[in-house]
Design a protein. Structure first.
Lengths: 520, 462
C-alpha cells in the first residue's frame, strides 16, 4: 500500500531536527559576530553511466552536437515507456555505501510535474516518497566536521534550454535529458562557506574514487542547491532560503557569504527573512529572488505507474557494500602507512582528483594507481620520489597532465630498477626519462640506454684507463693533486665525465683518481 | 496467420499516422511500431488499417473524435439493409472503430485498448467478441498511454477463436514494457489455470459439470434495462443445463469502483498527457502576436487548448486536481486503497489463487470459490447516436462503467461475448447484448473456454 513519507508532519521528528543544529558547539566567526550561519546542501551528481537512466541513449559528452543522443523516450514520444538502467542503480548504491547511507531494499519512483521546455514529458521521474538510501555521513578531514546525509535519491536530469532574447525563442537540446542523477541531500550541518566548500570537494573526491560520477562542476555534471539560514547561538534556526543551481565551489562560497550577510542585515534592521528560492548572480556576487514560498509550485507528485517498486535483494546489497572501491580517506591512510610523507600523499591525491572516471563504474587509473603499480615490488619512497620530483615535474614542464603520461608502468619500473641497481647513474636515468617523454616509443629504458651507449661503466679496468688518459692529458693538474691540492681533482673528474658522456659514476671516478695519484 | 486485422489509432505504427483521434496528433506518425504491431506482422497477419476511437481512449460512445462518431454497423445475420435506411446507433467506445470494423466484416479481428471497458463495451454494442486480457500479459510499448496502471491492449474478434488466435500471438514478455509480467509468473498462472480447468474440461463432451460460475449481485444495478436480463437468463439457463453450477456471489466494494477508477485514471491521464505541448511533435499553435507569454506553460496553453477535445480537458482538470498537494491524500491515496479492496473482493471469490500474490502473502483464494464470474457487459444495448451526446454527459453513462471498471482496477481478464439480441418491443429491439466472463489473473484460457461455450449455446438457441 502506498504511504506518503512526510517526516515534516511528525512533531517529534521535527523537534529532533530543530535541535540538531545545536549539537555542534558554537564557534564565533569574526565575520558574523553573535550569529551562527547554518548551511545544508543538495548535490545533484550525474551518474557516470554509458547509457541514460531509462533509455538506451548514450549519455552525452562534451562536443556532441545538440539533439544527437536522444531516443523517442527521451523526447517523450507517445507510446514510449521507461526501462530502468541497472548500472545507474548499482552506482547509486555504491555511493550510498561509500557515504554509510542506509540502503532501502524497497524504493519507488515518482513523477514530479511542471511545464518547462527542457522537460519534454511534463514530469521528471524522481524518488520523492521512498528514496533508495536514507541517512549516512561524510567526514571532512580539514575541519574535522561530520556532515550527516539526509537521503540519496535517483532521478532524471533535464534537457538544456537556452533563451535567445533577440528572437524571443528557446533553443532546446535533449542530449542531457534523461541522464541519471543522484540527489544527495545533507543535513544542515555546515557552519561556514569554507565548510560547505570542503563538503562539496570531499564529496567530489568520494564520487570520483568510487567511479559513480566525475563530479565535474565546470561541465555541469555536479550542481549544488544550498540552504542558508542564520540564528543567534543557542536559539532556534532562522528561516532558510534556498539558492539554486550553483555551478562552482567558489561561487557557492561567495553566495553563502552574501546570503548570510543579507539575512543578518535584514534581522539587524528589525525585518524578517522570508522563505524564498533564490539564484546567484555571478556578476554582482549576490543572490536574487526567484520565488517566494507563496508562489512555490505544486509539483503534483504521483507514483510512476510504469515503474514497479525497486526491490533489492539483501545479498546483492551486501555484495555492493563489500566491493566499494577504496575511499580517499582510506587511500591517504594507506599511503602514509607505506612511509610516504604528508606532502607526497597530498601531491599524489591532488593529481588523482583530476583523473578520468570510467563509464559504468570502471575506475580510472590515476597517479595513486600508478604509484601502487610501481611500488608493489619497489621501495615506496624511491618510487614516490621518481614520481613527484621527476615524472610529474617533467610533465608539468611540458604542460602535460598526468593523464597524458606516455610512459608505461613497465618502462617506469625498469628505469627505476636500472638506477637502483647501478646500471645507469641517477643523472642518466633522469636524462632517459626526458628522452622517453619527448620520443614516445615502446622500447624499454634498458634497450634505449644500450642504444644511446649510456650504460654505466662497470669494469674498474675501463675506469682506470679513462683515469690514466686524463692524467696524461692534464699533467700539471695531476701533479697538483699529487702535491695535495684535492680541489684540482674536480677538473680531472669533469674531463672523465665528459669523455664518458656521463656514464661514469663521479664518486667512483674521484676514488680511482685518488688511488692512482695518492696511493696511501 | 494470414488474418486481416485492424489496429486502433492509439497504437503506434511507423507506416501510418497514429492520431489518437485527437487534433493534437492529427498529423503525427510514430517513428516506430508498437510491439503488438510487430508481433502481428511476425505472425503473418495482414494489417488492414487504423480504426477510429474516442480521443486518447477517453469515452464510451466513440463520439469524442476528430474523425467523427463511429456508426454501429451491426446487422442480423443474412440481413442487408442499406446504410441510409438503417437506424444510426453508437458503436460504443472507446474502441468503437475496432468493434465496428469487425462487425462490418472488414476484418476478422482488431486490436483495441481497454482502460475501463473500452474493448468490452463496443464489442457488446456491435455484437462481436471483446477480450481485455490480464494486465501485464501484452506489451504496452507503442500503445499511447491514457492511464498506465489500467491500460491493456484488447482484442476484438468476430468470434472467440479469432480473438484467441490474435491473443496467442501477442501474449509475450517484452523487455521494453516495464510492467510486463516475467515468464516465470506466466508459467505459474498457466499451471494454476490448467489445474482448475481440468475437472470440467476433461468431462464428457459438452458437459460443464464441475464448472462454478459466480453471479455477482452488485452487477445488476437498478439502471440495468430489463431487456438485457432476458438474453442473459437464456445463457445462464443453457450453461446450467450443461451441468455448470451457478453461485450467487458478492463483491461488496464494487460501489466504490467507479469513483476510484475516475480518480486514478484521470490522475494518470493528466500526467501522461502533459507531454503534448506542441514542441517536439504534434499540433503547435503559436501565441497570437499581441500575447506575451512569460512562461513555457503559458505558451503551451495555446496548443493544448486547441489540441484537446472537451472530454480530454475535463479529465485532465479532474486529474490535475486529484494530484494537488491539498487533494492527494483525500483523493488519490484513498482511491489506491479502494483499488486494493476491490482486488481483494475478487480474490475472495475465485477458486484459483492469485498468481501475482507474493510467496509471503497468505493465500486469499476460496477453496470452494468460483472459476469465473458472469454478468451483463452493458446496462443497455447500443444507444441511438442522436441521443448519444446527451447521454455522454448524464450520470447513466458513468453507471455503465460499473460493469467494466472493476476488472480493470483488479487487472483481471474479462471478455464480452454476444448473448443474443434485445427482444422485439423493447427499446433497442434487435440490437446485440453481450455478457462478460471474468476470470482470475492469467486465466485467459478459462475465460475463453467459457466464452466458446456461450457461443455454442447461442448457435443452439438460434
Amino acid at each position: 500500500m502506498l504511504t506518503r513519507a512526510a517526516p515534516w508532519l511528525s512533531s517529534s521528528k521535527q523537534n529532533a531536527s530543530r535541535l540538531a543544529h545545536t549539537l555542534r558547539p558554537f564557534h564565533e566567526d569574526p565575520r558574523w559576530p553573535g550569529w551562527q550561519v547554518v548551511v545544508g546542501i543538495e548535490v545533484h551528481a550525474q551518474i557516470k553511466s554509458r547509457a541514460k537512466l531509462f533509455s538506451h541513449a548514450r549519455t552525452f559528452q562534451q562536443g556532441d552536437s545538440p539533439n544527437t543522443q536522444v531516443t523517442a523516450f527521451d523526447a517523450a514520444f507517445p507510446g514510449t515507456l521507461p526501462r530502468l538502467n541497472p548500472i545507474c542503480v548499482e552506482l547509486a548504491l555504491r555511493t550510498a555505501a561509500a557515504l554509510n547511507s542506509g540502503i532501502q531494499t524497497r524504493s519507488t519512483f515518482d513523477r514530479k510535474h511542471y511545464f518547462y521546455s527542457d522537460l519534454p514529458a511534463g514530469y521528471q521521474i524522481t524518488q520523492h516518497y521512498e528514496p533508495i538510501a536514507k541517512g549516512g555521513s561524510l567526514d571532512l578531514a580539514q575541519s574535522g566536521v561530520c556532515v550527516r546525509i539526509e537521503q540519496i535519491q535517483i532521478e532524471q536530469d533535464t534537457g538544456k534550454s537556452t533563451v535567445d532574447p533577440r528572437r524571443s525563442a528557446s533553443a532546446i537540446d535533449l542530449n542531457r535529458a534523461g541522464t541519471g542523477l543522484m540527489e544527495i541531500v545533507s543535513k544542515p550541518d555546515m557552519r561556514s562557506p569554507e565548510e560547505a566548500g570542503e563538503y562539496v570537494r570531499s564529496l567530489q573526491a568520494v564520487l570520483r574514487s568510487i567511479g559513480s560520477s566525475d563530479g565535474n562542476m565546470e561541465q555541469g555534471s555536479l550542481r549544488c542547491d544550498v540552504n542558508v539560514s542564520v540564528n543567534r547561538p543557542g536559539q532556534a534556526p532562522g528561516t532558510r532560503c534556498e539558492i539554486k543551481n550553483l555551478n562552482s565551489i567558489r561561487f557557492m562560497m561567495v553566495a553563502i557569504t552574501s546570503e548570510a550577510g543579507r539575512h543578518i542585515a535584514l534581522l539587524d534592521s528589525g525585518n524578517r527573512v522570508n522563505q524564498e528560492t533564490r539564484a546567484f548572480d555571478e556578476n554582482t556576487g549576490e543572490t536574487y529572488r526567484l520565488r517566494t514560498k507563496e508562489d512555490a509550485p505544486d509539483y503534483r507528485y504521483m507514483p510512476d505507474p510504469n515503474l514497479p517498486p525497486l526491490l533489492l535483494d539483501p545479498t546483492f546489497v551486501a555484495r555492493i557494500r563489500q566491493n566499494v572501491p577504496e575511499l580517499p580517506a582510506q587511500t591517504r591512510m594507506r599511503l602514509l602507512a607505506q612511509g610516504l610523507s604528508q606532502r607526497d600523499v597530498e601531491v599524489l591525491m591532488a593529481v588523482d582528483s583530476g583523473k578520468e572516471v570510467g563509464f559504468d563504474g570502471r575506475l580510472g587509473h590515476g597517479a595513486v594507481a600508478y604509484f601502487d603499480g610501481l611500488s608493489r615490488s619497489r621501495d615506496p619512497r624511491v618510487v614516490v620520489n621518481w614520481m613527484t620530483n621527476e615524472l610529474l615535474g617533467q610533465l608539468s614542464a611540458r604542460r602535460l597532465s598526468f593523464h597524458d603520461n606516455s610512459i608505461s608502468l613497465e618502462q617506469m619500473g625498469d628505469l627505476i630498477d636500472m638506477v637502483q641497481q647501478g646500471f645507469v647513474t641517477g643523472s642518466t636515468g633522469k636524462a632517459l626519462l626526458r628522452h622517453m617523454l619527448d620520443h614516445q616509443s615502446p622500447e624499454t629504458p634498458r634497450e634505449l640506454a644500450e642504444e644511446l651507449k649510456l650504460l654505466a661503466l662497470h669494469e674498474p679496468d675501463s675506469l682506470e684507463q679513462h683515469c690514466a688518459d686524463a692524467i696524461l692529458a692534464l699533467p700539471a693538474e695531476a701533479d697538483a693533486v699529487r702535491q695535495g691540492n684535492l680541489n684540482v681533482l674536480n677538473k680531472l673528474t669533469g674531463r672523465i665525465m665528459r669523455a664518458t658522456r656521463g656514464t661514469a659514476n663521479a664518486a667512483a671516478v674521484r676514488k680511482a683518481l685518488e688511488r692512482l695519484l695518492r696511493p696511501s | 496467420m494470414g488474418m486481416p486485422v485492424a489496429v486502433k489509432d492509439n497504437i503506434c505504427t511507423a507506416d501510418a499516422p497514429t492520431t489518437c483521434a485527437s487534433a493534437m496528433l492529427r498529423d503525427f506518425t510514430s517513428p516506430f511500431d508498437a510491439t503488438v504491431v510487430k508481433l502481428l506482422n511476425n505472425a503473418g497477419a495482414a494489417i488492414v488499417g487504423k480504426t477510429n476511437c474516442d480521443e486518447f481512449g477517453m469515452g464510451s460512445l466513440n463520439i469524442n473524435s476528430i474523425h467523427g462518431p463511429v456508426v454501429n454497423p451491426y446487422q442480423p445475420h443474412g440481413q442487408s439493409t442499406l446504410w441510409e435506411d438503417r437506424e444510426r446507433r453508437a458503436a460504443g467506445g472507446s474502441s468503437g472503430g475496432s468493434a465496428a470494423a469487425v462487425a462490418a466484416g472488414m476484418c476478422d479481428a482488431a486490436l483495441a485498448t481497454d482502460t475501463g471497458g473500452s474493448t468490452r463495451l463496443p464489442a457488446s454494442y456491435c455484437g462481436v467478441v471483446g477480450l481485455k486480457p490480464s494486465y501485464g500479459l501484452i506489451s504496452r510499448w507503442g500503445v499511447v498511454s491514457f492511464a498506465d496502471s489500467l491500460d491493456c491492449v484488447g482484442v476484438i474478434g468476430k468470434d472467440v477463436v479469432s480473438a484467441e488466435r490474435v491473443y496467442d500471438a501477442l501474449a509475450q514478455f517484452d523487455p521494453q514494457d516495464p510492467t510486463a509480467i516475467p515468464e516465470s509468473t506466466r508459467t505459474r498462472a498457466h499451471e494454476l489455470c490448467s489445474h482448475h480447468m481440468f475437472p470440467w474440461v476433461s468431462a464428457v463432451q459438452n458437459s460443464l459439470v464441475g464448472l462454478k460460475i459466480g453471479i455477482p449481485q452488485e452487477y445488476f444495478p437498478t439502471s440495468l434495462e430489463p431487456s438485457i436480463v432476458a438474453p442473459l437468463r437464456r445463457v445462464l439457463r443453457a450453461l446450467k443445463g450443461r451441468g455448470a453450477t451457478l453461485v450467487p456471489v458478492s463483491l461488496p466494494n464494487t460501489s466504490y469502483a467507479l469513483s476510484a477508477y475516475y480518480i486514478i485514471a484521470s490522475a494518470e491521464a493528466s500526467s501522461n498527457l502533459a507531454r503534448y505541448d506542441g514542441v517536439q511533435y504534434g499540433l503547435h499553435v503559436p501565441p497570437p502576436p499581441d500575447a506575451l507569454p512569460s512562461t513555457p506553460a503559458e505558451t503551451y496553453a495555446y496548443s493544448r487548448s486547441a489540441g484537446f477535445g472537451a472530454e480530454v480537458k475535463k479529465r485532465i482538470l479532474l486529474g490535475t486536481y486529484a494530484l494537488t498537494a491539498d487533494a492527494f491524500d483525500n483523493y488519490f491515496l484513498k482511491a489506491q486503497r479502494l483499488r486494493q479492496l476491490i482486488r481483494d473482493d475478487f480474490h475472495r471469490v475465485f477458486a484459483v489463487p492469485n498468481p501475482l500474490a507474493s510467496a509471503s502473502a497468505p493465500p486469499t483464494s476460496a477453496p470452494d470459490g468460483v472459476h469465473v464470474l458472469l454478468h451483463p457487459s452493458a446496462i443497455r444495448a447500443a444507444p441511438r447516436l442522436d441521443q448519444a451526446a446527451a447521454l455522454a454527459g448524464s450520470l447513466d453513462n458513468y453507471v455503465q462503467d460499473v460493469l467494466t471498471v472493476p476488472a480493470s482496477l483488479a487487472g483481471l481478464p474479462a471478455m464480452s461475448v454476444p448473448a443474443g439480441v434485445v427482444e422485439a418491443g423493447a427499446e433497442g429491439a434487435g440490437w446485440p447484448v453481450g455478457v462478460s466472463v471474468v476470470g482470475q489473473w492469467g486465466c485467459e484460457a478459462m475465460v475463453m473456454r467459457v466464452g466458446k461455450v456461450i457461443e455454442e449455446v447461442q448457435r443452439e438457441n438460434a
